[in-house]
Design a protein around this ligand. Structure first.
Ligand SMILES: Cc1ncc(C[n+]2csc(CCOP(=O)(O)OP(=O)(O)O)c2C)c(N)n1
Ligand SMILES: [Mg+2]
Length: 528
């Protein structure tokens, strides 16, 4: 095969190897320095070997790729040009790093001789993400030497292995910083016609570590974000109460204690008996629950996740293990006591009103969301309300709890919707969280029809701060200016501008009707 561009040969083999190793979703934000990568990705997409999503804004693209990786459990590949384009990936890279989501960044760069001399669109891209990437490889510009093709394939498979955590580390982002020298591209070779030889490293199988726990210690299972169904299985196998956050993937089944937040604070008798907490995923929502992990009298056990990160928040874990066994029968009365308390608590809270408040919004969204659907919860007040009021139901719920930013939430939802075309993807978020990421409403029509509802709990500002210390000490005007950031954006115009249907919701009937719509719908729920 002949090609006038070593850059193109290298890019074609790199992307062909990634595709052959199983990567499906590739995200591209156009630029000049990355043109060989774009051409190769386009060829693979045209041949049906990958799905290519083209985005204008790298910041938004980063979160879209994160959403795709979050739901598929497979690495997303991201292609950018050099300079600020790379820096725009940083928020999504941080989120992916802190929640353990695999991303492979292909960042194009100038060759080494043009770095540090003031060349256009050139900055130091090595180490730009700090320790948020599991690995950063500075790949010199290809010049057509023997061995470059094999090197491209090795880079691809290593990147997958490191991003997926096959080395025993947690999954996360990997950066291949790829220098390219002119001629920057050619139409040959066609990446789709290559069949690179790849050797995928064995999927890392650590020897599972068991812990034999005493059945006597009153135990609760705590499921944070990304915990998954293992938490449910463990709680049900041994008869332990399950404290599951709404985006844990474990808020289901008969052991779920829905009112755990309040019970921990109000039922001292029960709460003080807890002798052990078994943690799955990343718990972030409830102060009282997190406090348990710091309590010197409580044993903390962290269970490793097979797909995402595991977190020892208080650094007190007596064990970090894969499997748990128990030395005796667990006393069923412990679970029963929690269940009784939970039922009593729910009976008190449940005052059936017809008003459209946050609780009613949460419950309506949970009611319509079924097994084939996906739900993404934004940071801020609504996810906390969901922790208090969402029922137990076997549905797929996600959130960006790595850093709990209010950025990139629309994009993350779009990334989920791109991968899961069955059912509806619902993104439930606050108004500022929407406005922070309004540009992500811009979806490439070539991505096809998406069923996605962006449901905004619109209280015209950041109302979460009303519950914090400073709300009590500042006068209203100062507090609003410094914290609430009140907004009056007309969301109808926003929806119109980006081609989304718009539904204004002022009562429960309108809410149910809006949630039944298909296509791309912006639901503006006016909260008092
Ligand atoms: C990127 C980022 N910037 C700032 C914050 C701090 N922050 C947390 S919640 C919030 C306000 C959110 O307002 P809104 O989305 O309207 O939700 P509400 O609390 O009103 O329901 C802000 C600014 C953050 N979490 N992430
Ligand atoms: Mg708000």
């Amino acid at each position: 095969m002949t090609s006038s561009s070593p850059a193109q040969v290298f890019a074609a083999h790199l992307l062909a190897a990634l595709a052959k190793a199983g990567v499906q979703n590739v995200f591209l934000a156009p630029g000049a320095r990355s043109q060989s990568l774009a051409i190769a990705a386009g060829q693979l997409a045209a041949a049906g070997k990958i799905k290519l999503h083209v985005r204008l804004d790298e910041r938004s693209m980063g979160f879209t790729a994160l959403g795709s990786a979050l739901i598929s459990g497979e690495p997303s590949v991201l292609i950018t040009t050099s300079g600020t384009a790379v820096a725009n990936l940083h928020p999504a890279v941080l989120e992916a790093s802190h929640s353990g989501v695999p991303l492979i960044l292909l960042t194009a760069d100038r060759p080494h001789e043009l770095r540090g001399v003031g060349a256009n669109q050139t900055t130091n891209q090595i180490g730009i993400f700090g320790d948020a990437v599991r690995e950063c490889v500075d790949v010199p510009a290809p010049n057509g030497h023997d061995g470059e093709i094999r090197e491209a394939a090795t880079l691809a498979t290593n990147a997958i292995a490191v991003a997926m955590g096959y080395d025993g580390d947690q999954p996360g982002p990997v950066q291949l910083n790829l220098a390219f020298r002119e001629p920057l591209s050619a139409v040959e070779p066609n990446a789709a016609e290559l069949n690179p030889r790849i050797e995928l490293p064995n999927i890392f199988e650590p020897h599972p570590e068991f812990a034999m726990l005493s059945a006597k210690r009153p135990t609760v299972v705590m499921a944070g974000a990304g915990a998954g169904s293992d938490a449910v299985e463990l709680a049900e196998a041994f008869g332990w109460p399950l404290f599951a956050e709404p985006s844990s993937g474990a808020r289901m089944g008969a052991n779920a204690i829905l009112g755990y937040r309040n019970l921990l604070e109000q039922n001292a008798d029960l709460a003080s008996q807890i002798g052990r907490v078994i943690v799955f995923g990343k718990p972030t929502l409830g102060r009282a629950a997190i406090r348990l992990l710091y309590n010197q009298d409580i044993e903390v056990v962290v269970v490793r996740s097979k797909t995402m990160g595991h977190f020892d928040v208080s650094r007190r874990a007596a064990h970090t293990i894969d499997e748990i066994t128990v030395d005796d029968e667990v006393d069923f009365e412990w679970l029963e006591a929690w269940r009784r308390a939970d039922h009593e608590h729910i009976a008190v809270v449940e005052t059936n009103t017809d008003s459209l408040d946050r609780r009613a919004l949460i419950q309506a969204v949970w009611r319509v969301t079924e097994g084939a659907d996906q739900l993404l919860l934004g940071a801020s007040r609504l996810i906390r309300e969901a922790d208090a009021h969402a029922p137990a139901k076997a549905i797929r719920v996600f959130s960006n709890r790595g850093l709990a930013g209010i950025d990139g939430t629309v994009a993350t939802g779009v990334g989920i919707a791109l991968v899961e075309r069955e059912g509806t993807t619902r993104v439930l978020l606050g108004d500022l969280t929407l406005l922070h990421d309004a540009g992500s409403l811009n979806i490439d029509p070539r991505d096809g029809d998406l069923n996605i509802q962006v449901i905004v709990g619109n209280d015209q500002g950041g109302s979460i701060f009303g519950g914090l210390e400073m709300a009590k000490t500042l006068d209203t005007e100062t507090f609003d200016r410094l914290f609430t950031t009140p907004q009056q954006v007309d969301l109808w115009h926003l929806a119109q501008a980006y081609g989304w249907a718009y539904e204004r919701v002022e009562n429960l009937g309108q809410l149910d009707a809006a949630l039944a719509k298909t296509g791309r719908v912006l639901v503006d729920v006016r909260l008092a």
